[in-house]
Design a protein around this ligand. Structure first.
Ligand code: GAP
Length: 533
């Protein structure tokens, strides 16, 4: 069956089942949309705008609009609920963006955190050397040394995108600097954080002593991070200001093999692309976590557990399985702090790219901070009755903005039958949960009454302008899962129509039951087909 035919088949199915149940097509709708088109759509619908556009914009910076802010907040809330609030073993913090610069010296970022750039010798424009080579030679170049990149450029006569010769590759530090206090000097220099992770390490002892945690445990944080990317590109994918959702997961240094949660992950299917498979030029292969562990694909069950957990989080919120795979870093790709790393990758329109990195950081960071601050970072392990410096067996590190793109690409559908775009966003993520629409303006009083009843509990939208079909289409384009229509019968029978975005089917509900019905539909406690009619 061709990709197009598969799409048709699935649309037929969509009339019978909700998106969460239905079989997914082999190629998601993301394939039909470029990142440039996505940026245009996001601007048109009030989701994301280029920052300071009235002054010509600024590369790598974006402003989220009214509906993008809602979607982003919903995404972050879902992550916080599932990764922090619903778990006994993980607590959260909210650290500062600027901290003592010694933090970044200890972590190695001040010295080593960078990419390798090359300069167009004629225009003096600068490019990331690995990205240029990847595009020119269609090979994986991330993590190669300046020397190796230089060799590849010479051997293959790689030119700049403008067709000019390139300089020798050299290192470029990505940390943004600022000055703290009234004097601008070397002494007042500070960094904007390049990852949220370091604040977890510097607060490690405080958090441990105040939250009654026992090993193994995690500390999570979400928030802004800043990187002076050489070549910000692909819209929200690589920006200079972005958000991360990170966890440092600490274990007893001798218990890398003991993951008490592994049974929850055993049945999860992952498309695996190990370092060995890449070196042998093999294809990625689907396997269950159970099979992968039996074949010793992972060094520790923790990596398997976290990769499966992270993929499941995306799938449970409506992302498409066929657009995910996990890829192990080859030795020459590993960051300075990492002994093993797997990425959860997503099939963006321009290829498989990192969505989330899950690195084994061992005790690198705690040891570094211990050395530089001269403060003891060891903790007492009640089980083994000894003092240990825990190891970070896994650091699930996910970008909010990249996740935003994933949910948008997997939701976007140019529905020719309806004649409008439909965003199939999971109701939990949808910016607007329900729109209240009076069929005609005469019904405004009743419709306002219904809207007033809902608005404190659900983010609703009141829309009176245009034909009802046009109003449904506008809501489809924003991914609003339910529209509530107030008609003349509503005045007599005290009921309204709920129209479901996924199927366009309608059901009549008593106004008294409306709030609870919508709440259940949004949380997934109830399916639309189960509404009593
Ligand atoms: N603490 C580890 C760490 O920061 P990373 O792979 O550099 O690891 C983690 O970043 C995640 O942060 C990435 O997988 C990506 O989702 C997001 N991210 C990194 N750089 C980004 C950028 N310039 N723009 C948007 N998201 C970015």
């Amino acid at each position: 069956m061709s990709g197009k035919e598969a799409k048709k088949e699935t649309k037929k199915e969509a009339n019978k089942e909700t998106r969460q149940d239905k079989p997914l097509p082999k190629e998601g709708p993301s394939k039909s949309l470029s990142i440039e088109d996505m940026a245009v759509f996001c601007k048109r619908k009030g989701l994301v705008y280029p920052s300071s556009e009235i002054y010509g914009g600024m590369a790598g910076f974006f402003d989220y609009g009214p509906y993008g802010t809602e979607l982003k907040n919903n995404l972050k809330n879902e992550w916080w609920k599932s990764h922090v609030q619903s778990r006994e073993d993980i607590v959260g913090i909210d650290g500062s963006i600027i901290s003592n610069p010694k933090v970044w010296v200890a972590s190695g970022h001040a010295e080593q955190f960078g990419d390798i750039l090359v300069e167009d010798l004629k225009t003096h424009e600068r490019y990331r050397a690995d990205v240029l080579i990847e595009e020119a030679l269609k090979i994986q170049a991330d993590g190669l040394s300046a020397e190796d990149l230089g060799k590849l450029i010479k051997e293959n006569n790689v030119k700049s995108p403008k067709g000019n010769s390139l300089s020798e590759p050299r290192k470029f530090n990505l940390m943004f600097t600022t000055n703290v206090g009234p004097v601008q000097s070397e002494e007042s220099k500070a960094y904007l954080r390049a990852e949220t992770a370091q604040i977890i390490f510097t607060e490690f002892k405080n958090v441990f002593e105040t939250s009654r945690l026992k090993l193994p445990f995690g500390i999570a944080q979400m928030g802004k991070a800043f990187r002076n990317e050489i070549a910000p590109r692909h819209f929200l994918f690589r920006c200079r200001e972005f958000e991360q959702m990170e966890i440092e997961y600490f274990i007893h240094p001798k218990k890398h093999g003991e993951c008490p949660y592994i049974d929850e992950a055993m049945a999860e299917k992952l498309m695996v692309y190990s370092a060995e498979m890449q070196e042998k030029k093999q294809e990625a292969k689907e396997m269950t976590v159970k099979d992968a562990l039996a074949k010793k694909v992972f060094k520790s069950p923790w990596h398997a557990y976290w990769l499966a957990t992270e993929q499941k989080w995306f799938l449970n919120l409506g992302a498409r399985r066929e657009n995910f795979r996990i890829r192990q870093h080859k030795k020459d790709e590993l960051a300075h702090y990492s002994s093993d790393c797997w990425d959860l990758e997503y099939r963006f329109p321009w290829g498989w790219k990192e969505l989330e990195g899950i690195a084994d950081r061992s005790d690198f960071d705690l040891q570094q901070h211990m050395k530089h601050s001269k403060k003891d970072m060891s903790i007492y392990d009640e089980e083994t009755k000894e003092k240990v410096v825990p190891h970070v067996v896994a650091e699930p590190s996910l970008g909010v903005d990249r996740s935003f793109l994933v949910f948008m690409f997997d939701a976007y559908d140019d529905d020719k039958k309806r004649g409008n775009i439909v965003l199939h966003l999971h109701p939990k993520l949808a910016p607007i949960k329900a729109a209240v629409l009076p069929l005609v303006n005469k019904l405004e009083d009743k419709a306002k009454e219904v809207y007033g009843m809902l608005k404190n509990d659900l983010f609703c939208f009141y829309d009176r302008s245009g034909s009802i079909g046009r109003r449904y289409a506008r809501m489809d384009e924003l991914g609003t899962p339910f529209c509530v229509t107030v008609d003349f019968d509503s005045l007599e029978k005290e009921d309204v129509t709920i129209r479901e975005r996924e199927t366009t089917e309608q059901a009549r509900v008593k106004i008294n039951d409306l709030k609870e019905t919508l709440r259940k539909l949004v949380t997934g406690e109830m399916q639309f087909k189960d509404i009593k009619r």
